[in-house]
Design a protein. Structure first.
Length: 194
């Protein structure tokens, strides 16, 4: 059993198999039709990507960054050369997937333009969408380019490396701040808040 769960690929595959069994078992209980199923699948993928994105954002801000000063200097390369680049890979691609799937979901539900223009009735999700878009922009245009410098993926002077680390960290904190109202707006729209 331990060998099975030591493989992330097998663990994810098992999760997908369990999901398929649940969907097949429950398929006779609902009749959402093909469009309802498509909407549900896109929504589920959007939520899965969002959980990964915000989970990694919070990991960086609540765990990794505060822990770095406590790690002995000789052990820091394990984080900066191995853990952080891997986490940043999933972080930036889950941010992109969350945005693409969210915009697709809004389009499929016919509220993309009303939400983006903050029309009454969908203004909460519209605010959440705008906050998410700002956060995704920050990931791809500020955090990732500066993290590449800070982690030594791109070679720069020590001064530029320090400045890049500071800017990436500050922008990550801004995203953490924005994630709180963004998540509230996303949930509020579909569950009667605002």
């Amino acid at each position: 059993m331990g060998a099975f769960f030591s493989s992330l690929g097998r663990t994810i595959t098992a999760g997908v198999v369990i999901l398929i069994v649940i969907v097949l078992a429950a398929s006779g209980l609902t009749d959402g039709g093909a469009r309802g199923n498509d909407l549900f699948i896109v929504r589920w993928l959007h939520v899965m990507a969002g959980v990964m994105w915000i989970g990694l954002l919070w990991y960086f801000n609540f765990v990794q960054t505060p822990s770095m000063p406590k790690i002995p200097d000789d052990q820091k390369p394990a984080v900066s050369k191995v853990i952080a680049p891997a986490a940043l890979f999933w972080f930036r691609w889950s941010a992109l997937a969350t945005m693409v799937l969210g915009l697709l979901l809004a389009y499929m539900n016919h509220y993309l333009i009303p939400a983006m223009t903050l029309t009454k009735g969908v203004h909460a999700i519209g605010i959440g969408m705008w906050l998410g878009l700002i956060m995704a922009f920050n990931v791809w245009m500020i955090i990732w380019p500066n993290q590449k410098k800070a982690l030594g993926i791109v070679t720069v002077s020590p001064e530029e490396k320090a400045a890049a680390a500071k800017l990436a960290g500050m922008t990550s904190r801004i995203n953490t701040m924005l994630s709180i109202p963004m998540l509230f707006c996303m949930v509020a729209q579909s569950h009667g808040g605002l």
